[in-house]
Design a protein around this ligand. Structure first.
Ligand SMILES: [Cu+2]
Length: 390
């Protein structure tokens, strides 16, 4: 159809509108992801802005590809060269497809496992805010979590030995919460005290001991607060850093669910130490769906923190042997040629490995009942594709 007197095809107008809408959708998606990432890291305004993580970057790339396909189809079927005038009925469908795809990809994004860069400067400042939020903790399972910065686990804090860490802790939840840093030597009756809803507390300490540490809410009953998702990892690089490596942070935790939707904590299950789900970084099986990557013969490092609250994590590579295991995160000495080593609840360890052969590798909790509950992930070495079965 032509607009009288202007020679403009209705399909052209529609396609232009589609382009505008899609561009807006992409910009909206990008801004959401960037905000999400800033919140996850607990960064304040003016602090270094986080970048898109690889998995979310991929999500945007896929959305852009879908957009291109949609526009191409629109062009082909409704372009000005077309003599038919069936109407651009397919255009809204393309827009809907792009919107739905972006939404699905957004929600399917795995928690980033890559170690963020070490903070610069003499003082590391960040904000950790308690937020009650419904999260997907396993495929199709929603849980009403208590979070630090909207995610489970909370932001990875990556500092260097000797830096001062200043945390602004805000409680936007509905009950008292607190923050306990295993990386600090500090009077807990003051620094780790309960903070009432709507209130805040500044916690400051020097990261004097290198290693890898848990932080968590310690408000009674701590088992319940940790089981509801209130935990995170903190890495303190030694003054003389470890050898460079492709580094990932895996924080293990358990979920104990009732039968409601969204699910809530079943306290009796937590006391019996019988979780429904065991996870690396908060969601069961997520790194089978979004595998981690390494190059052949590259040094790979796993910082494994066990938030528990209850169960030991015997960490193991399927298809690999750890060259080094820094037990309990002690960077001054390590075990060699390790197949499996326990990571205690409230503890952590560092594992180094290399993979001379390309392929699909796994990292698991070798207490296999807990691997079956979700503590299992895939590491793709070289150009391999696929995932560990589960
Ligand atoms: Cu709490």
């Amino acid at each position: 159809m032509l607009f009288n007197g202007f020679g403009i095809d209705a399909a052209w107008v529609t396609a232009s509108a589609v382009l505008l809408v899609v561009a807006w959708l992409l910009a909206w998606g990008l801004s959401l992801e960037a905000r999400d990432e800033r919140e996850r890291r607990g960064e304040r305004r003016g602090f270094a802005v986080g970048v898109l993580t690889p998995s979310r970057g991929r999500a945007v790339a896929v959305a852009a590809a879908l957009t291109a396909v949609g526009l191409g189809a629109t062009w082909a079927t409704h372009g000005p060269a077309s003599s038919t005038s069936t109407g651009p009925a397919a255009v809204p469908a393309h827009v809907a497809l792009v919107a739905v795809s972006m939404r699905r990809l957004h929600h399917a994004a795995a928690e980033p496992a890559a170690l963020p860069p070490v903070a610069r400067g003499r003082v590391v400042r960040l904000t950790i805010t308690v937020e009650d939020r419904v999260l997907e903790i396993a495929p199709g399972v929603r849980y009403a979590a208590w979070t630090f910065n909207g995610h489970v686990p909370g932001p990875v804090i990556h500092a260097r030995q000797g830096q001062r860490v200043e945390v602004m802790f805000r409680n936007h939840g509905t009950m008292p919460h607190s923050l306990d840093f295993h990386s600090a030597r500090i009077a807990p009756d003051k620094a780790y005290r309960d903070v009432a809803p709507g209130r805040s507390l500044r916690i400051s300490f020097v990261a004097e001991r290198p290693g890898v540490y848990l932080y968590h809410c310690v408000t009674a009953p701590a088992v319940g607060h940790i089981a509801n998702g209130m935990y995170g990892a903190m890495i303190v690089d030694p003054i003389h850093p470890l050898p460079p490596a492709q580094s990932y942070v895996l924080t293990a935790g358990e979920w104990y669910t009732d039968h409601s939707s969204p699910a809530r904590l079943d306290f009796e299950k937590a006391m019996a130490m019988t979780p429904d789900w065991a996870t690396f970084n908060g969601r069961a099986f997520q790194y089978n769906d979004a595998p981690l990557h390494a190059a052949r013969n590259e040094h790979v490092r796993f910082y494994v923190v066990n938030a528990g609250p209850n169960l030991v994590v015997p960490f193991h590579l399927v298809g690999g042997i750890f060259d080094r295991a820094y037990v309990d995160g002690d960077v001054t000495h390590w075990l060699r040629n390790v197949q499996t080593t326990d990571v205690a609840p409230g503890g952590a360890a560092i594992f180094d490995a290399r993979f001379p052969v390309a392929g699909v590798y796994g990292f698991v909790n070798h207490a296999f009942a807990n691997a079956d509950k979700g503590e299992i992930g895939t590491l793709l070495v070289g150009s391999a594709r696929g995932s560990m079965s589960h």
